[in-house]
Design a protein around this ligand. Sequence first.
Ligand SMILES: Nc1ncnc2c1ncn2[C@@H]1O[C@H](COP(=O)(O)OP(=O)(O)OP(=O)(O)O)[C@@H](O)[C@H]1O
Ligand SMILES: [Mg+2]
Length: 310
Amino acid sequence: MLVFAIKNLQILFPAPGGVIHAVDTVNLELNAHDKLALIGESGCGKTVLAHSILRLLHGTTKISGEILYRGTDVLSANDSTLQKIRGKEIGMIIQNPGLSLNPVRTIGKQIAESCIEREKMSSVEAFKYAEDMLKMVGFSNPTKIALSYPHQLSGGMAQRAVVALGLTLNPQMLIADEPTKSLDEMSKREIIDLLIEMSKDKTLLMITHDLEAASCISNRVMVMYAGELIEEGPTEEIMNNPRHPYTKGFMNAQPKRGLKPIPGISPSLLNLPKGCRFHPRCSYAFPKCKTNHPELIGRNGHKVRCHACH
Ligand SMILES: Nc1ncnc2c1ncn2[C@@H]1O[C@H](COP(=O)(O)OP(=O)(O)OP(=O)(O)O)[C@@H](O)[C@H]1O
Ligand SMILES: [Mg+2]
């Protein structure tokens, strides 16, 4: 059953030197319990895309297209509908726990706050619920963690607390933005296992640089480059048979696959190249790639935006 869809999403930021094309004509569909990994290098538009889903972008941003959650267009929803969707239908694990946790409030208070506000719990009930949430995400000493301030937690513990925060209102869909970033190998593995467990009966959109995390958690992968989707397909297919030269390069740049960086740099989103956005860095580029923008096309759910791949 289709629960979530994005149609022709375009996100532009007016800037002094022109317009930043952060997200361009993105389309995607998620069925109930789908686990989608969105991958791509820094600055390609992943977080902007995630934030647009809960309308977290600032007022001057120009957004067009549709973001449909169970048929309701989030972009045109009124405040009360939006409020119901935020946290309760779609939960968000924001990139960087340092930014998503309030440094002057205890972890327990931060979880309890949304229960008091949204679920009308008393403060005693809410604090007890916060402890239960912390226990659920694997803390063996939930009371102590609930009474701790963010700076008293290690990176892995803070990320675990952020997962609890995102799950507080038991949303049907979860967006996790780089949940394993900056964690040591052991904490990374623990957070991956936690997300697998916690998202079992949920629809998941996970943004990650980490191919291992994407392989373990997702059943589908979408690859983004310079604001647009350039490849998508079933996880196993993308991991074992990537077709776009960028996806191949992104994989070879991973520490476990040789750490070979892709030559060149991503284009400025203020001044995108004509034709294929990857052509200046692509060793397979031929004249058509410099002039014609390729479509995202393919068979059996594996689509690629590349003239050289078809
Ligand atoms: N509020 C904003 N105003 C102007 N430009 C912005 C704004 N937010 C993001 N951008 C630009 O949009 C582009 C995409 O940013 P985004 O944060 O989505 O990247 P990302 O793919 O999440 O990168 P990372 O992997 O480093 O988290 C970047 O060029 C960024 O500078
Ligand atoms: Mg990001």
